[in-house]
Design a protein around this ligand. Structure first.
Ligand code: MCN
Ligand code: MO
Length: 719
């Protein structure tokens, strides 16, 4: 049995020893370096780009202006850092010297940086062609909100704000592209090699088979590398035109400005409830500060549609609005809409509990969904689970009441500590995924996956799944990923879909391969064999996988030794309870997370070590959302928090102690793996849990305080 075991990652030795190859480790003969001239203005017309001096600089091989590459579309830049020109040179030093020589004349335009400013009539337009700053708008509605609101005995309304953050993967983005006159190969720090291949082929008008995209080792992404970025197209085009390898790797500050930001949603809500705390209706608007370009991510939409969370709310009307501003474009960041939805609904639950004088646990018990599957008021069907039971068992296991008690006693000893929890349901997995499995001559197996792991340890988890399905030692399974030359198509690692979608594809492939081998074994043995432990036996005879594979190569039997499986994995819904304990220093206002505990029902857990790694890392990101990180622009749209010296990414020093639990009686998904995703759960659950804990602590010194926004900074604590 391999599934369910905490097997250490095979990837670790490679990565931790420094032998793993990342994009910037790739050095090709004759390689050139690309760099970009980027707008210092958040909003400006580009009057003139003069590349003549730069072109004459030592080492410069080519210069590209707006016309050739489509920089600054519409003749203007819309955020600080947007590219206006590209220079390609023989080495990095000469490149940076040459970039200095590019002359650009700008006519600065007033920048719009706030969502509500952007919505005001007469506000500067980020995109004149649109005629408005609203890039997207959609109303989600179900039930009868107006009558439910009329019936409601209590009503609350409020604005809740969740700040903009930088995904800040350890490895910045980077691309190497090489064209040998026949084949264009692109290596990128990405989550989506298959999309890169498609988009580059389209942009350069060359057939898909002449483009190969490779995802080498990737040092984190958190959803920020799941779009095809313009640099990936531009660098590919430069390599194609110059027929020489070209590399670009972002500096940290370049990465902060050009890699998509996350969160930045605001909810204006009104909730109607009965006096005993049953929510009857919810209405409101979710605004996304979408930044300078809207690429259809629908983050406000996901937040709107998941706003009811795990609660039975039958009447709802929520509008999702994506608003353009002169900032770095917004896109997916770990959780992408669900952390915001969960923060919103959990804050609402706490507020309603306070308003009605009902305990925070009690009010949730009264509203939790009783019967699964359940279709929420906006049409999303939650698949499996027993929310009420899991919630009660979770709080028990996490020791919630004991910790509350302890916090009271600590106060007597002069320590201000707070305890908070959150409940979540989230949506994981979508779309198709592909797996190819091959039986090798020595009886081992190679699994090719279209997944694109970048820190999750999926090579280990997939090997567990395949070894279990084939009933062979895990050492005899090798997992290969990240190359469009090896597998035709797939979506990749995002949306906590990998183990469920890609793992199920692997199981399907393993079953098909077993059938094929069985067919050949029947021929080899001359009887109807049973398969177990890598061996076929019947009538007192037996043959190993190796024997059978060799028989096929010798022409003594026929079978497919390589099989492909494409698996469709529609969404599945994890549920859980997370708890946070924080200590507040009333003097400095600094909040220290002390303890973080989680209890999740994610169906089958393939590898508890990997899964709990996802919880601890994910929670720290959500803790940072609650307490530390925030993108700050000045009034002209200059990014103030432009690198890691000005932007507070927590380190191990800020990390709390963790206790990670998985539900004793989990509710499997209906997929072949039985799993639900875990990759984003803790980022989703931690922010509201921590905010609730901070509020709890703060109320011990300032009764009645209410937190309506993140992050909660020391300034907020003093206020
Ligand atoms: N797992 C498990 N049992 C389950 C579910 C998952 O053992 N029931 C394990 C899997 O084997 C895998 C890991 O947990 O090793 C995460 O699996 P899954 O939930 O399927 O999520 P994905 O592999 O699709 O990962 C994507 C997810 C997302 S969307 C973001 S954002 C994120 C995250 O993973 N970005 C990460 N975790 C990250 N971790 C690292 N180190 N770096 C990132 O950029
Ligand atoms: Mo993600």
């Amino acid at each position: 049995k391999y599934v369910g075991r905490p097997i250490p990652r095979f990837e670790d030795d490679v990565i931790l020893s420094g032998r793993a190859q990342y994009v910037d480790d790739i050095v090709l003969p004759g390689m050139l370096y690309a760099g970009f001239v980027r707008s210092p203005y958040a909003h400006a017309r580009v009057l003139r780009v003069d590349l003549s001096d730069a072109a004459k600089q030592k080492g410069v091989v080519a210069v590209f202006g707006p016309e050739e590459m489509g920089f600054a579309p519409g003749g203007k830049v819309r955020y600080q850092g947007e590219a206006v020109a590209m220079v390609v040179a023989g080495d990095r030093y000469l490149l940076y010297d040459a970039l200095e020589k590019v002359v650009v004349d700008y006519e600065p335009l007033p920048a719009v940086l706030d969502v509500f400013e952007a919505l005001r009539p007469g506000a500067p337009l980020v995109d004149e062609n649109l005629g408005t700053n609203i890039a997207h708008e959609e109303v989600y509605e179900g039930g009868d909100v107006d009558s439910a609101m009329r019936e409601a005995e209590v009503k609350i309304e409020e604005r809740l704000t969740i700040q903009r953050v930088v995904p800040a993967a350890m490895e910045p983005r980077g691309v190497v592209a090489a064209y040998d006159g026949d084949m264009l190969t692109i290596w990128s720090s990405t989550q989506v090699p298959f999309d890169i291949r498609k988009e580059v082929a389209k942009a350069l008008d060359i057939p898909l088979v002449k483009v190969r995209a490779v995802q080498p080792f990737v040092g984190g992404a958190f959803g920020s590398k799941l779009i095809v970025y313009p640099e990936e197209i531009w660098v590919s085009k430069a390599a194609y035109l110059l027929k020489r390898p070209v590399k670009w790797v972002a500096t940290r500050s370049e990465d902060f400005k050009t890699t998509t930001h996350g969160r930045a949603l605001i909810l204006d809500y009104r909730v109607g409830a009965t006096r005993d705390g049953r929510i009857l209706a919810i209405e409101g608007t979710v605004y996304a500060d979408a930044g300078a370009y809207y690429w259809g991510e629908g983050l406000a939409d996901t937040a709107a549609r998941m706003l009811p969370g795990p609660y039975d709310i039958r009447n709802g009307r929520v509008k999702a609005v994506a608003v353009l501003t002169n900032k770095t474009p917004l896109s997916a960041y770990r959780g992408a809409g669900r952390p915001e939805a969960t923060f919103f609904i959990e804050r609402i639950m706490d507020r309603l509990a306070d308003e009605l004088g009902i305990d925070r646990v009690e009010i949730r018990e009264r509203n939790l969904i009783r019967q699964l599957p359940y279709t929420n008021v906006f049409g999303i069907t939650y698949d499996t689970g027993d929310y009420l039971t899991t919630f009660k068992q979770g709080l028990e296991r996490l020791g919630y009441s004991q910790l509350k008690q302890w916090a009271e006693e600590e106060l007597k000893r002069g320590r201000v500590v707070g305890v908070g929890f959150s409940v979540y349901v989230e949506i994981t997995t979508f779309g198709y995924e592909t797996a190819i499995l091959r039986a090798e001559r020595d009886g081992t197996f190679t699994l090719y996956t279209a997944l694109t792991p970048h820190g999750q340890g999926l090579a280990t988890a997939l090997a567990q799944i395949v070894a279990e399905e084939l009933d062979v030692p895990i050492e005899s399974v090798k997992v290969v990923w990240g190359d469009t030359a090896l597998i035709s198509d797939g979506i990749g690692t995002m949306g906590s879909r990998s183990i469920t979608a890609g793992g199920s594809a692997a199981i399907l492939a393993a079953r098909r391969l077993k059938e094929e081998l069985l067919k050949a074994a029947r021929k080899v043995l001359g009887c109807d064999p049973e398969y177990s432990g890598g061996k076929f036996s019947c009538g007192g005879k037996s043959a190993t996988v190796k024997d059978v594979v060799r028989a096929v190569y010798r022409g003594e039997a026929e079978a497919q030794l390589t099989v492909e499986a494409i698996y469709h994995a529609d969404s599945t819904f994890p549920f859980g309870v997370h708890l946070a304990v924080v200590e507040l220093d009333p003097e400095t206002g600094f909040v220290k997370p002390m303890l973080y505990k989680s209890y999740d029902d994610v169906g089958v857990v393939v590898n508890p070590l990997l899964a709990s790694g996802q919880i601890t890392g994910g929670a720290l990101q959500g803790i940072a959302q609650a307490l530390y990180e925030e993108v700050v622009y000045d009034e002209s749209g200059n990014l103030i928090t432009s690198n890691l010296a000005f932007y507070y990414v927590p380190t191990a020093a800020e990390a709390p102690k963790y206790e990670v639990y998985f539900a004793e009686r989990p509710h499997p998904s209906r997929h072949l793996t039985g799993t639900k995703g875990i990759g984003e759960a803790a980022t989703i659950a931690s922010t509201p849990a921590v905010v609730s804990a901070v509020e709890d602590a703060l109320r011990r010194i300032k009764p009645g305080v209410r937190i309506e926004k993140t992050p909660v900074t020391p300034e907020d604590v003093w206020r």
